[in-house]
Design a binder for this molecule. Structure first.
Ligand code: HPA
Length: 279
């Protein structure tokens, strides 16, 4: 059934109630794990794993490297709801559908979301495998998850996006990265494109010129919906590859997955450390 502005509140509430019926835990933090980054969810204790198929109205991911389940459990004793995989516009989903899981998080009472993704590095100072904090985004997906009539129970018609990505959470992430002995994390502007093809070198030059440091095919609808609902957002990109034309070699999806695999340990440590402060 298609999610529309008219049914979104009711559908998200039903999905949230369903998830609450599956676990006694009541997480205040929701986490989305992107391509190849799903391993954190395997470490939770007291975990229940709920396939997206069984959650009412939930969009089901088809991408390789996306398990497609919600895991509710404890991470260092902190209750969390972790999405192992997400849906993308290139799968044929609308931005509203891509943002729907954030509606469900919001209706579950979640106040903080941590989004992770795989991204191409546009800034030449990045290297493959680096973790970068998203400090802002540019929406070039050609769609907005908030389009259609606004439901005031979800959020305001014209939400402010001045601080889409929480400065407070970025500071916490930097402090925790330092404590873990990681190099200072770079902070960058993420541009969201619809995909599915990787960009042309000319597009990358254009994206650099308009102020983007990272490029990817996700995250933007989620961040917009989360902010619409007043949730605080932290987003971390894993630079799985340098963007097209920078290294003069083709970009392969397998490379994206392999790099995610290589740095997932670091990403998990960082997210866990952030949770100990935020949770
Ligand atoms: N471009 C777009 N999305 C991506 C890339 C990229 O180079 N790498 C991982 N996701």
């Amino acid at each position: 059934m298609t999610i529309t502005a008219a049914n979104e509140f009711a559908f998200a509430t039903e999905a949230a109630n369903f998830l609450h019926s599956q676990s006694p835990l009541r997480p205040a933090i929701g986490i989305v794990l992107g391509s190849g980054l799903g391993a954190l969810a395997d470490e939770l204790t007291h975990a229940v794993r709920i396939s997206y198929n069984s959650i009412p109205y939930f969009p089901v991911s088809t991408a390789i490297g996306h398990a497609g389940q919600m895991v509710i459990g404890l991470c260092n004793e902190i209750p969390v709801a972790v999405m192992q995989g997400r849906v993308h516009l290139y799968e044929g989903y609308s931005a509203k559908q891509a943002g729907f899981p954030m509606r469900v998080f919001g209706r579950m009472g979640i106040r903080t979301v941590i989004l992770t993704n795989a991204a191409g590095g546009i800034d030449r100072a990045y290297s493959q495998g680096a973790l970068v904090l998203i400090r802002d985004h540019i929406n070039l997906q050609g769609q907005n998850p908030l389009s259609g009539a606004n439901d005031d129970r979800l959020g305001p018609r014209f939400p402010d996006m001045t601080e889409a990505y929480s400065h407070r959470l970025q500071m916490i992430a930097q402090e925790q990265a330092a404590k873990l002995g990681m190099v200072a994390l770079a902070e960058g502007v993420y541009v969201g494109l619809p995909g599915p093809n990787y960009e042309t070198p000319a597009e990358i030059r254009y994206l650099r010129a308009i102020g983007a440091d990272l490029v990817g095919m996700s995250t933007v609808p989620e961040a917009i919906v989360a902010r619409h609902m007043g949730m605080e957002v932290l987003a971390i990109s894993c630079v799985t590859n340098m963007a097209a034309g920078i290294l003069g070699q083709p970009i392969q999806h397998q490379e994206v997955l392999d790099t995610g695999e290589r740095v997932k340990g670091q990403l998990i440590s960082l997210v866990k450390a952030v949770l100990t402060v935020v949770g």
